[in-house]
Design a binder for this molecule. Structure first.
Ligand code: FMN
Length: 390
């Protein structure tokens, strides 16, 4: 199969070769010193397995239900507000997720309209930040409902830290002539990426169509970001208000602490994602896999507990499930796949994860993802962190 890769690491290597430097580094992201970014993958590697050798199961069940949606494997597409990776962008990701039987989270900062993404994958969730006025947020939720979103994701973990020791990409406000001239050497150095856009007769889109007011042009990425920065952060009362406006499954993304998880339950959410935003937020926040057991113990019987950040292998998914997650969400893993080989690359990543989950289940003697328990993983002393427990 043309362009096939065997691991997510290989997809990332190809993405690096294929994408212009600024685009690659926008996906790599991270923040400050990259402590959280590094810990996200390092922590998974510190966990081991306790495999059996006989009495294994010939058939393994990977299907589950999350936010009211039946999915073929416990892996969902986490929303990422990225532009310019591939001309088909989020629509290609949505098609790949649909082809592999899973749900798609679409960022409000995405480059494609929600309606097109829902057409590609009816199992689409719309993600919002606490941004603008209550009327703006109500309107965006109404638009999401009309476009067919099956659930709402409210992402609350963002502290506007912009420095990175390895440098941040220079992304233009819009692709006008001046920006194109400046960007040209980078783009010309990546002819395959450029050819994809030339073939699609489009330019990388730096606008956010899902944040447009009816009858107005879509704001630019930075215009929308500015609005977000100026919005006072929400109280728990605001979270409850937001939840009440959405008549359907509601995921609160960005929980690391036990006390916050309990407050999320009180606010009436359907699910939380234990995450540190892929290490892009407050640097020094531990890897979510370390804080998951305490959070799952506290609220796992009340709501669905998901995890994201650092998932690169099927075995990572199995570790997260064994420590209390119902499913995981992936970010960079599918972005590397998209950059490496478009829709087929995202399908390739989902196949890699599916294969890895299946192989770990086989080794552990489990016939279903629902049978995984903490006994299946080897947790080294001092691994876990409990945040916010009295
Ligand atoms: C480039 C990039 C853009 C992101 N944009 C958003 C976003 O718009 N909304 C959101 O909720 N999360 C966003 N995230 C966070 C992801 O949804 C997810 O939490 C994170 O990527 C998980 O970590 P991983 O990349 O290690 O899988 C973004 C992440 C990356 C890498």
């Amino acid at each position: 199969m043309s362009g096939w890769f065997e691991t997510v690491t290989e997809a990332q290597r190809r993405a690096r070769k294929r994408l212009p430097k600024s685009v690659y580094s926008a996906l790599l992201a991270g923040s400050e010193k990259g402590v959280s970014y590094d810990d996200n993958t390092a922590a998974f590697a510190q966990l081991g397995f306790a495999p059996h050798v006989a009495g294994l199961s010939a058939k393994r069940e990977l299907a589950t239900t999350v936010l009211g949606q039946q999915i073929a494997l416990p892996v969902l597409i986490s929303p990422t507000g990225v532009q310019a990776v591939h001309p088909d962008g989020e629509v290609a990701v949505a098609r790949a997720a649909a082809a592999r039987g899973t749900a798609m989270g679409l960022s409000s900062f995405a480059s494609k309209p929600l309606r097109d993404v829902v057409a590609a994958n009816p199992q689409t969730f719309f993600q919002m930040y606490w941004m603008g006025t209550r009327d703006d947020m109500r309107r965006r939720m109404e638009q999401a409902r009309e476009a067919g979103a099956k659930a709402l994701i409210a992402t609350l973990d963002w502290s506007f830290s912009h420095g990175r020791d390895w440098g941040s990409p220079k992304i233009p406000e819009r692709l006008d002539l001046k920006a194109m001239v400046r960007f040209a050497p980078e783009a010309l150095a990546r002819p395959r990426w450029l050819a994809d856009f030339v073939r699609s007769r489009s330019l990388p889109d730096l606008t956010t169509p899902n944040l447009a007011e009816p009858g107005h042009e879509a704001p630019t990425f930075f215009g929308a970001y500015g609005e977000w920065m100026q919005t006072p952060p929400p109280s728990w009362e605001d979270v409850r208000w937001l939840r009440e406006q959405w008549d359907g499954p509601f995921l609160l993304k960005g929980v690391c602490r036990v006390d916050d998880a309990r407050r999320a339950v009180d606010a009436g959410v359907t699910a939380i994602s234990v995450t540190n935003h892929g290490g892009n937020n407050l640097d020094g926040t531990p890897a979510p896999i370390r804080v998951l057991p305490a959070v799952a113990d506290a609220v796992g019987d009340d709501i669905e507990v998901l995890l994201d950040s650092g998932v690169r292998r099927g075995s990572d998914v199995v570790k997260a499930l064994a420590l209390g997650a119902k499913a995981v969400m992936i970010g960079r893993a599918y972005l590397w796949g998209l950059a490496a080989n478009g829709q087929a690359g995202v399908e390739n990543v989902l196949d890699i994860l599916r294969g890895g989950i299946d192989s770990a289940l086989l080794g552990l003697g489990r016939s279903s993802v629902h049978e995984l328990t903490r006994d299946d993983v080897v947790v080294p002393p001092g691994f876990t962190r409990t945040l916010g427990a009295v």
